[in-house]
Ligand binder design. Structure first.
Ligand code: PXP
Length: 252
């Protein structure tokens, strides 16, 4: 029998939408000033019924900056999901800010975005102390991994409560490859849930491709950023988040 999923999703099992506001900060940073402020984006997400704010503090601070974290935490009651590399610097920042959740992501300085999943299996020894210190601080730890059995097994060994599947390959694939990738994510979501790990998903999700992912019953949360911020240029962030929410709800 499948055990109940330990979940942030609540008793209804509603699929949560975490909005990644990094690229509001990317636009701000292009001119080095204060506008547009990612905090204002977080407030809009809260007002429109988003379930969480996701932000990636990168080593090079190319989007969210250190002071944004505290400002986001003060401005809204929404849970903050801090995406972070497995480094001592980021661990120290996470422990200082105590976000609701921390999602450990791989990070390469030269990449344009997080290109693949974390090799949780290969980096077990590096991850053990970081994961345990985050968990000891009461932070819900997630690993951003490819939908692969060996990565889920590594997550089980690390005793993390959450994994987030990288949906980039699904988002970029077409035809049969896309269907195969979708099946892989669905199978791995079921495997994670059977083993007591709450599965999330994100990366590259859009109005066009979100629904098959949202229909996977074990998934508890989607984290979506770049597309929503881009769409917000045309329709506003409020309308963009609302429409994504409607599509997700309709897929369940
Ligand atoms: N989830 C994680 C862990 C991420 O690192 C990112 C950003 O790369 C996202 C979700 C959101 O991806 P996107 O901006 O493509 O929607």
């Amino acid at each position: 029998m499948t055990p109940p999923i330990p979940s942030d999703a609540g008793p209804t099992g509603k699929l949560r939408l975490g909005v990644n506001i990094d690229h509001v900060a990317t636009i701000r940073n292009a001119r080095g000033g204060d506008h547009p402020d990612p905090v204002r984006a977080a407030e809009i997400v809260a007002a429109v019924g988003g379930d969480g704010i996701t932000a990636h503090l990168r080593e090079d601070r190319r989007h969210i900056r250190d002071d944004d974290l505290a400002r986001i935490q003060t401005a809204t009651d929404l849970p903050l999901n801090l995406e972070m590399a497995a480094t001592d610097e980021m661990l120290e920042i996470a422990l200082r800010h105590k976000p609701h959740a921390a999602c450990i992501v791989p990070e390469k300085r030269e990449e344009r975005t997080t290109e693949g999943g974390l090799d949780a299996a290969g980096q077990h020894n590096r991850l053990v102390p970081i994961v345990s210190r985050l968990l000891d601080a009461g932070i819900r730890v997630s690993l951003f991994i490819a939908p692969e059995v060996r990565q889920i097994e590594a997550a089980m060994r690390l005793k993390v409560p959450v994994v987030e599947f990288h949906t980039g390959e699904y988002a970029h694939a077409t035809g049969e490859d896309c269907a195969a990738e979708l099946k892989r994510i669905a199978d791995m979501a079921a495997l994670a849930a059977r083993n007591g790990i709450e599965p999330h998903a994100g990366h590259g999700l859009t109005y066009e491709n979100v629904q098959p992912i949202a229909a996977i019953p074990q998934l508890a949360e989607l984290n979506i950023g770049h597309y929503l911020v881009g769409e917000a240029l045309f329709v506003g962030l409020e309308a963009a988040v609302r429409h994504m929410r409607e599509l997700m709800d309709a897929a369940r």
